[in-house]
Ligand binder design. Structure first.
Ligand SMILES: [Zn+2]
Length: 299
């Protein structure tokens, strides 16, 4: 083998942002509400305390976040499980009517690990049906609940007309994702994310269910996310932030989020856009698709 990698290149081969743009930022929201807890702990349907913790976004946090986005005059992407749309139709319609992008986030926030392709596809279709029925929306984007994808998920998404996925963790820049190793296989656009740019781990605590009980200060989270925003802007990457309205819709966290958005808007040449807008742009670049090869376990 003589193939090597040119490590001097700051961006992947062929990648460039539009003229006048040097990096991009996406502020996204996963409207999980009760769904991930109900999926993992069906018995929690009887626990009023836990259900209200999860309902905070729908009843309080989403409206606050919509006010922040309106003040900052940006459009965001909201990934909504079908079950959340069915349970909280009015606030989900308000998200849509405020001009934000609606994308797919499973039906009951089902993780894909261990699921057969047929089960994955059935969940995808059930989520699509809910978003259509409640919101009249056909999403072009998908984010796997709990970020989980199998090697089969991309092909299922492409078969149902999805344009992009957001949540794989192997890059700083969007890329073209091959749905299989076969020549001429269909492709998606991948908009990578990361746990460190997700609010769940830092802020969330439900005794016995999630979190350690150590809840980060919004000041610390703002500092951490600002470092990553500035570093990715320098590197020409994509800052993909994932917040949950029941988590970051709380008052001081929303203040920190607004300051972060202000900071992003003050960076010269930083494009703040929806996930769909970025995916549509990347699709025009004609990038070589990235093929993810499933590892073969050694004997
Ligand atoms: Zn989620």
């Amino acid at each position: 083998m003589t193939e090597t990698v040119d490590w001097r290149l700051p961006m992947p081969p062929g990648f460039r942002w539009p003229d006048g743009v040097r990096a991009a930022a996406c502020f996204t929201f996963d409207v999980d509400a009760e769904s991930p807890i109900l999926y993992e702990y069906p018995e929690s349907a009887a626990w009023l305390d836990v259900m209200t913790h999860q309902a905070y976004g729908a009843r309080t946090g989403i409206a606050r976040i919509l006010r922040v986005l309106d003040r900052r005059r940006i459009r965001s992407t909201f990934f909504i499980p079908g079950y959340s749309a069915e349970r909280w139709p009015a606030i989900c319609r308000s998200i849509r009517d405020a001009g934000h992008e609606i994308a797919h986030h499973g039906y009951l926030h089902e993780g894909a690990h261990g699921a057969t392709p047929a089960v994955e596809e059935a969940r995808l279709l059930r989520g699509l049906a809910s978003l259509d029925e409640i919101l009249g929306v056909r999403p072009s984007g998908y984010r796997g609940p709990t970020w989980e994808l199998t090697y089969e998920t991309p092909a299922i998404l492409a078969r149902h007309g999805f344009v992009y996925d957001s949540g794989l963790m192997d890059a700083d820049h969007p890329y073209v994702l091959a749905t299989s190793a076969e020549q001429g296989a269909s492709t998606l656009i991948e908009l990578p994310g990361h746990w460190s740019l997700d609010d769940w781990e830092s802020y969330n605590y439900l005794p016995g269910i999630t979190g350690s009980g150590v809840i980060s200060s919004p000041a610390d989270i703002l500092a951490r996310w600002t470092l990553e925003l500035d570093a990715l802007a320098e590197e020409g990457g994509l800052f993909m932030l994932t917040n949950h309205p029941f988590v970051s819709g709380r008052a001081s966290r929303a203040v920190a989020l607004e300051r972060l958005i202000e900071r992003a808007q003050a960076i010269d040449g930083l494009w703040v856009a929806t996930a769909a807008e970025i995916a549509a742009y990347v699709a025009t670049l004609g990038l070589e698709p990235v093929v993810h090869r499933r590892p073969v376990l050694p004997d």
